[in-house]
Design a protein. Structure first.
Length: 246
């Protein structure tokens, strides 16, 4: 069967680009693209493993990759954003994992003047999983810390919703460092496992609703792209300072 995920992403980006092309605004920021890395920390609601066993849960994931297009609504502090997010959630250092390919759609509110180099924002993001959702199996391991067998079941969420707070730090007029935190709440998702250790036949359970903390760091470029005199002066000052210190 043909993989339709790239076509979906392309169609989304083309639609957003068309919206941008039709926008009539002044010379301020009209739209932007960003690329990010996003480590995540899944929430675990139950972990019955006794301390006597060497069994680090180590729930995490990433750094995951994302790419977005953002359109700034003229004469307002609001924007709409959409793109693609690839996300992996790991449990037990990757013994159990979920791989999500997601279409992201959301909105943001920037509440400071556009002239400010620091642009904090509040927003909401939705993540629509277009990858496979179900996975289950059994795995076993034997090593210096003993042996274990683990049965697991993963049902990846079809949708996740996240309130977000972020900050764009403009290094130049049209280039910013972007830092973003969101708590992604999974809809109809869960991960569970049953683990037995060595000769101990007691099954120890782990469960997660697949809610997760996500911290994103990336680079944003806004358009129309312009490199101002102050950008040139600041860059020269930085280079001269560096050469002087050397």
């Amino acid at each position: 069967m043909m993989n339709t995920r790239p076509l979906i992403v392309l169609a989304l980006l083309l639609c957003l680009s068309r919206l941008v092309a039709n926008a009539q605004d002044d010379d301020s920021r009209r739209w932007a693209i960003d690329f990010r890395l996003s480590p995540v920390k899944p929430v675990v609601t139950l972990n019955e493993t006794p301390d006597k066993y060497y069994d680090p849960l180590k729930a995490g994931g990433g750094p995951n990759f994302s790419a977005h297009i953002e359109y700034f609504i003229p004469q307002t502090g609001f924007s709409v954003v959409g793109g693609y997010d690839h996300e992996v959630m790991d449990f037990y250092s990757g013994d159990v994992s979920a791989d999500l390919s997601q279409i992201m759609l959301g909105g943001r509110w920037y509440f400071l003047s556009k002239s400010c180099p620091l642009q904090p924002y509040l927003g909401v993001s939705t993540f629509w999983n277009v990858a496979g959702r179900k996975d289950a199996g059994t795995m076993s391991m034997s090593g210096m810390y003993g042996s274990y067998e683990r049965k697991y079941s993963v049902s990846s969420p079809v949708l996740s919703v996240a309130p977000v707070v972020g900050l764009d730090i403009y290094l130049f007029s049209c280039v910013a460092l972007e830092v973003d935190y969101g708590f992604r709440m999974a809809v109809d998702g869960h991960t569970s496992s049953q683990t037995t250790f060595g000769k101990d036949t007691t099954p120890y359970a782990m469960r997660s609703p697949m809610h997760r903390h996500a911290l994103s760091v990336g680079l944003k470029v806004t358009f129309p792209f312009k490199f101002t005199n102050s950008d040139v002066t600041g860059l020269l000052d930085s280079l001269l300072t560096y050469l002087y210190l050397k």
